[in-house]
Design a binder for this molecule. Structure first.
Ligand SMILES: [Zn+2]
Length: 314
């Protein structure tokens, strides 16, 4: 079972250094600049989100509240509509930095695959939205409330569908576990927001609230998430992928490729700064998986090109 992956990994290694960052250096750009019709359509195609619909445009400070006091609460106290609204705004910024791939067949496929896996998660009812960014780099990341993005370069570098399933499941678990909210809350409590105190006088405008959120978001995407949350996403991710019917060793295969990523790849240093060392991730996964998931491994799996050629998502 693992032999299959070992051989496919060898191919990956020579092909490209694979990095899974869950973090993206965000350039300061006007949010939503590249938020074209494509993403608007993706959002509209998403499952109806009554929660999101109840978020009224803030006409007063109490509507979205100020972020400092929002993050003074426990994560559990942040309600789902707020979580989704924050995720939507962060997703718009991320999309401002990189546009979506115009390949609609690929977008549909990744959305179907991602939603199928998310349905197996502890939060199947979030308005899950998946997107492929038109970027040759290797990256995957998510935003609160159910937004998950992978780069085109990453999808193209993968050997098969189980590897993509593993990556999506890892990102899905970040959302399910509210790992982004936890990271932003930590920064907010560490005083990142105090520099914005002067701006609080005019906090009644949505723009300033957005500014605070974007500042925390940028900080989070450049620093990465909590290391223990990364390990949790790996652990729960393989179980999620297995539950969705995929070989749980897909993520393991991706990590094995990542472990030997060429140090001269510009992504390499970024990966080291935002994630636990890959060997630690592999060791922890090995420990968590043992042989319990072996019954699910070795399933026949399609390459992504084969799946797309069939014209059917899951
Ligand atoms: Zn991660």
């Amino acid at each position: 079972m693992r032999a299959r992956h070992h051989s496919s990994i060898a191919r990956t290694l020579s092909a490209a250094a694979l990095t899974i960052l869950c973090a993206l250096p965000v350039q300061a750009e006007e949010p939503g600049r590249a938020l074209g019709n494509l993403f608007q359509n993706l959002l509209r195609q998403g499952p109806a989100s009554p929660a999101a619909a109840t978020v009224a445009p803030a006409s007063g400070a109490t509507n979205t509240g100020d972020l400092a006091s929002l993050f003074n609460q426990s994560i559990e106290q942040i309600d789902e509509p707020k979580e989704i609204e924050m995720g939507k705004q962060l997703a718009a910024v991320l999309l401002g930095a990189k546009p979506l791939s115009p390949n609609m067949a690929l977008q549909r496929y990744v959305n179907r695959l991602g939603r199928w896996i998310a349905l197996q998660s502890a939060r199947p009812d979030l308005p899950w939205t998946f997107g492929v960014l038109d970027d040759a780099g290797f990256n995957a990341f998510a935003a609160p409330g159910g937004y998950v993005f992978v780069t085109k370069g990453l999808v193209e570098a993968l050997n098969d569908e189980s590897e993509l399933a593993g990556i999506l499941a890892h990102e899905i678990q970040h959302v399910v576990g509210k790992h982004h909210l936890k990271a932003m809350r930590k920064s907010a409590q560490a005083g990142l927001l105090t520099s914005l105190i002067a701006a609080r006088l005019s906090e009644r405008t949505n723009g300033v609230l957005q500014g605070q959120l974007l500042m925390l978001g940028k900080d989070m995407y450049s620093k990465g998430l909590d290391q223990s949350d990364e390990l949790e996403a790996d652990r729960v991710g393989v179980a999620l992928a297995a539950r969705a019917g995929f070989d749980p060793y897909g993520l393991v295969a991706v990590l094995q490729g990542l472990r030997t990523a060429a140090p001269d790849n510009p992504m390499f240093s970024l990966q080291l700064s935002t994630h636990p060392p890959t060997q630690v991730r592999l060791d922890q996964l090995e420990l968590a998986m043992g042989q319990r998931l072996d019954a699910y491994s070795g399933k026949p799996t399609l390459t992504i090109a084969q799946r797309l050629a069939r014209g059917v998502g899951r």
